[in-house]
Design a protein around this ligand. Structure first.
Ligand code: DLL
Length: 435
């Protein structure tokens, strides 16, 4: 038997009936709240001829309209709020498009509930009081740094807000401070190990790190095996998205057989991305979430565009009843993730094509160098340019792209007619990373 720690047994181990009772009561409450306090939701429900009283069972959720990322963008900045603005404790904004970002709003109640799901998630991976956690996510607008930080503080885990980069320094801190657990994007665990070896530190032998929680980007079982071996650690998958507070939506327990969704906070559905029809348990489709406790900005049937499936299991070996989803299998759109930052090709295109010297032919190549993701944008100039002009244009585009997509790509300007032409859908993104 493996050691199973549980942060909040009174909720995590509830029977299905009791859990469903809480879900239904909270669903009814949240529908009343959005209907009474937010024009956008009221209008959408009215269009469907729905009143809050029409939601009588958990099944009735299927009557409710979906909410999309585009709609959230249109509600920028405060249109999705259902609370007075002076009760907001934090505002975060997503990266990734030339238009307006999507914002996530938090009251203190949100911070409290987010900390709770993060506390449960850390403890589910056996990160408990006495552990020292290196948080190698950024602490700017991104939810990774703060989410883990809040969770650690709640559990009594010692948090080290390391942020991203300065890898040698991070290795030094891991060793000297006796770090026992790390959290970052998955590939950064490999990068840390590589730099450790360069510094003469064997991560498995010379550090106390034995646990890791990784997320914010897709990764594979093979990647898990490599991370676990090089660090001699147990590595767990964490799923979340800014719109639902951030990390802490779903987490693997020590049995690593799917990710538990904290169902007293989120109702998860899986739907056919094309038709929007719900699919059966075990069948793949798009994850859709309804938030039950989000305070400032509840979301009703939010389409994530992430592909996964709900696993058919009543109770996990760990004792938790909260339903499990499979690891994320892909996306329904063409978003890709560079070292944890979400990037949409359309945003890249918009920046490139604003530049008159640029022809409408470009290709984004993603690979991994020193275990870090690298993005290179090859773009054709309209007319043949001299070497100096090519470099100047590339530098300008690098700067402009960084301002919009928040990662710094390498840009290479190539001669007209050099890039592949496609009759059908162009292959704009070439992803050479082995996950
Ligand atoms: O990535 C929140 C997070 C931080 C999750 C730290 C886990 C750990 P966003 O920047 O809004 O939020 O990006 C959300 O990232 O829709 C997925 O496409 C992808 N993603 C997140 N976790 C995973 C994962 C954070 N474990 C988007 N596996 C989501 C695969 C993931 N993809």
């Amino acid at each position: 038997m493996m050691k199973v720690n549980v942060w909040n047994p009174s909720v995590e181990l509830l029977s299905r009936d009791e859990l469903d009772k809480i879900k239904l009561q909270r669903l009814k409450e949240v529908i009343h709240r959005v209907y009474n306090n937010n024009q956008f939701y009221r209008k959408k429900m009215k269009e469907k001829g729905l009143k809050p009283e029409d939601i009588k069972t958990l099944e009735d959720i299927k009557k409710l309209p979906y909410t999309t990322k585009e709609e959230l963008r249109e509600l920028y900045p405060y249109g999705a709020s259902v609370v007075p603005l002076d009760s907001l404790a934090e505002v975060r904004a997503s990266s990734g498009t030339t238009g307006k970002p999507t914002v996530t709003l938090y009251t203190m109640k949100d911070i409290e509930n987010w900390s709770e799901v993060m506390a449960r998630s850390l403890v589910a991976t056996n990160i408990v009081k006495g552990d020292i956690l290196l948080i190698a996510y950024n602490y700017h607008m991104f939810t990774g740094g703060f989410g883990f930080h809040y969770g650690a503080l709640k559990v009594g885990v010692t948090a080290i807000p390391a942020g991203v980069g300065f890898t040698q320094r991070q290795v030094m801190l891991i060793k000297d401070l006796g770090v026992t657990a790390i959290t970052s994007v998955p590939n950064y665990a490999i990068r840390l190990a590589e730099v450790a070896f360069e510094m003469g530190v064997d991560p498995a032998r010379d550090t106390r790190v034995r646990k890791g929680v990784f997320g914010a980007a897709p990764w594979s079982e093979e990647m898990r095996r490599r991370i676990e071996k090089i660090w001699d650690m147990q590595a767990y998958d964490m799923y979340g998205l800014s719109e639902l507070w951030g990390p802490g939506v779903a987490i693997e327990c020590v049995y690593k057989s799917g990710l538990h969704v904290w169902e007293d906070h989120f109702i998860v559905e899986v739907v056919d991305p094309k038709t929007g029809e719900p699919v059966d348990v075990e069948e793949k489709g798009e994850l859709v979430f309804t938030t039950l406790t989000k305070d400032a900005m509840p979301l009703i049937r939010y389409r994530t565009r992430d592909i996964s499936r709900i696993l058919d299991e009543n109770k996990c070996q760990c004792g938790r009843t909260h339903t499990k989803i499979d690891r994320i299998q892909g996306r329904t759109d063409d978003m890709f993730i560079i070292n944890g930052v979400n990037v949409w090709p359309s945003a890249v295109e918009e920046v490139l094509l604003k530049e008159p010297l640029v022809a409408p032919y470009y290709q984004i190549v993603i690979d991994r160098v020193d275990a870090l993701d690298r993005m290179t944008v090859f773009v054709e100039s309209r007319t043949k340019l001299g070497e100096n002009d090519k470099i100047a244009l590339a530098k300008k585009l690098e700067y402009e792209l960084k301002e919009v997509i928040l990662v710094t790509p390498r840009v290479e300007v190539v001669d007209p007619g050099t890039l592949p032409r496609f009759d059908g859908k162009p292959r704009v993104v070439v992803d050479k990373r082995a996950l």
